[in-house]
Design a protein around this ligand. Structure first.
Ligand code: GAP
Length: 513
């Protein structure tokens, strides 16, 4: 059986056709970069949340959870640096009237050079076959060295200009590289301007007295402002962490690639509070733990890599991304940041209130340092969905589309299917369904021929199908069909529930962490 991963276009249409992701308010032609999750999407999303939440709060005895509000006191965002520094450099094309992130235009240019490197690798690997050593080739090939050097020079210039807020030079770089508008091909650009990504809103009934608020651009600040509340009421000792899952909002200029970059999205963030001076050790620890969390899902070690940040955010002394191999290349899935005492220190400054921890071992008080892990739930969803959607050519030459989602994350764990819609088979299948649904997410389906029902379940990633046939009535057995291998076996009904429940439990993966 050959396998083929689907194109990104197919991923998007499959997500819609099978009730995973819909464009928001689609009957009004949608809203750019805003999406809704359908009946299967919400289940997958909830299972990813459960995997993350339990790994944080059950499998670490020093991490607790909270659920803070989206609205926060406006000074929070002054203290966090978001009012002054949460900007993207934007540029407009005068002819097409399209708006772009200036840094993304340059990064896209760099991606094209990277593709050229990949082509050289491909060519050489075909030429040298099994004697080909990719690492050595990348180090020694003159053309590749030249491409790499070019990337280094461009990135250095871009980062230096952005760090110094030298937007004139960013425009000059775009012009020097000859970057054209992807829509129109025109090189007629405006100046580069900074654009704050926070959405504003108002609190209060009357126009005069209304307070200007922001929709939170990260969930982390809800954790920082509750540091003392949790530490004191939970009698927490350092090191300890606070985890949270919730919505965040960013007025992204370039919102594209489906649910990869949205204007309303969900984050799963954990702030780990530690004594100053220990941040390097904890940063490395969390890098390892988080990579392991991803790899444990079984979607291929080779699909993840670290990318260290050269340009650090205003709050960090070290930062990296865990990147995933999406259909459009390796891109950020999760961020791990050593945030120093920046946030708690600034909240202390802006509130005038002491936000410190008394360390009984050192007999002194200090503002804790923080290592943060921050993953976008929607990006995690996309990584699972893209990686799982497979087209297989079967032995009889037919094609099947199957969503090989890790079974622990699948929206439905089992489908109960009577072979025929007669001879008391539906009645028996419904009885079995009632038993199953109180334990695991189950569906009942008696429409169409059995082959079509199997395909329908394959397409939404249901790992097991139970078929009730005439023999079931005689001897209380059913067949279990496994999604990935399509193999079937006959078992006693009372054993089936136990066997499937064990195979789909999230605890299986959690135990491997
Ligand atoms: N508290 C730190 C923070 O927010 P970030 O790197 O800006 O750091 C963390 O965001 C994660 O949130 C990213 O790795 C990504 O998975 C997700 N994310 C950020 N912006 C997003 C967007 N516009 N749409 C979907 N996910 C996004």
């Amino acid at each position: 059986m050959s396998k083929k991963f689907q194109s990104f276009k197919n991923v998007i249409s499959h997500a819609k056709e099978y009730g995973f992701v819909f464009p928001s308010s689609e009957i009004y032609d949608g809203l750019s970069a805003v999406y809704d999750y359908g009946q299967n999407g919400v289940e997958l999303k909830n299972n990813i949340k459960e995997y993350w939440w339990k790994s944080m709060t059950l499998f670490n005895d020093n991490i607790v959870g909270i659920d803070a509000s989206i609205f926060m006191h406006p000074t929070t965002w002054k203290a966090s640096g978001h009012v002054d520094a949460f900007n993207d450099p934007l540029i407009d094309n005068k002819d097409s009237k399209k708006r772009y992130r200036a840094d993304v235009l340059v990064e896209d240019y760099i991606s094209k050079i990277e593709s050229k490197i990949n082509k050289e690798v491909e060519k050489a690997s075909k030429r040298f076959k099994e004697t080909f050593n990719e690492d050595k080739f990348l180090e020694t090939n003159e053309k590749v060295k030249e491409y790499k050097n070019r990337i280094k020079i461009i990135l250095k210039r871009l980062n230096e200009s952005l760090d110094k807020d030298n937007l004139k030079d960013v425009k000059k770089l775009i012009e020097e590289l000859g970057i054209a508008c992807p829509e129109s091909g025109s090189k007629n650009w405006t100046d580069v301007k900074q654009f704050n990504l926070m959405f504003g809103t108002k609190l209060g009934a009357s126009v005069d007295s209304a307070t200007e608020l922001f929709l939170r651009p990260e969930t982390a600040q809800g954790i920082f402002v509750n540091f003392l509340n949790v530490q004191k009421t939970g009698r927490m000792k350092l090191p300890f962490g606070i985890a949270q899952i919730g919505k965040a909002f960013r007025n992204e200029i370039v919102a594209r690639q489906f649910i990869f970059r949205m204007r309303e999205f969900e984050q799963m963030e954990m702030q780990f509070f530690i004594p100053p001076g220990t941040q390097k050790q904890y940063y490395e620890d969390w890098k390892k733990k988080r990579l392991n969390w991803h790899i444990s899902l079984g979607m291929g070690k080779e699909n993840y890599r670290f990318h260290d940040h050269e340009k650090l955010a205003h709050y960090a002394d070290a930062a990296c991304d865990i990147e995933f191999n999406f259909p459009f290349g390796f891109k950020e899935l999760e961020g791990i940041h050593s945030r120093t005492d920046f946030d708690l220190g600034n909240h202390q400054k802006y509130t005038g209130k002491k936000i410190q921890y008394f360390d009984p071992e050192l007999n002194e008080s200090y503002v804790p340092y923080v290592v943060e892990t921050s993953i976008g739930l929607d990006r995690m969803f996309l990584s699972v969905f893209c990686n799982s959607l497979i087209e297989e050519k079967l032995e009889d030459g037919s094609l099947r589309t199957v969503l090989k989602i890790p079974k622990e994350l699948a929206p439905n764990k089992v489908a109960i299917l009577p072979l025929l819609k007669k001879d008391n088979l539906p009645e028996m299948a419904k009885e079995i369904f009632k038993k199953f649904r109180s334990e695991i997410k189950s569906v009942y389906d008696d429409k169409d021929a059995i082959g079509r029902r199997y395909r329908r379940q394959d397409a939404i990633g249901t790992p097991f199908c139970i078929t009730v046939d005439h023999k079931s009535i005689e001897d209380q057995t059913v067949t279990i069909r496994e999604r990935d291998s399509m193999k079937q076996k006959r078992v006693k009904i009372e054993k089936a529930l136990n066997e499937i429940t064990q195979k789909v439990s999230i605890t299986n993966i959690l135990k491997t962490l």
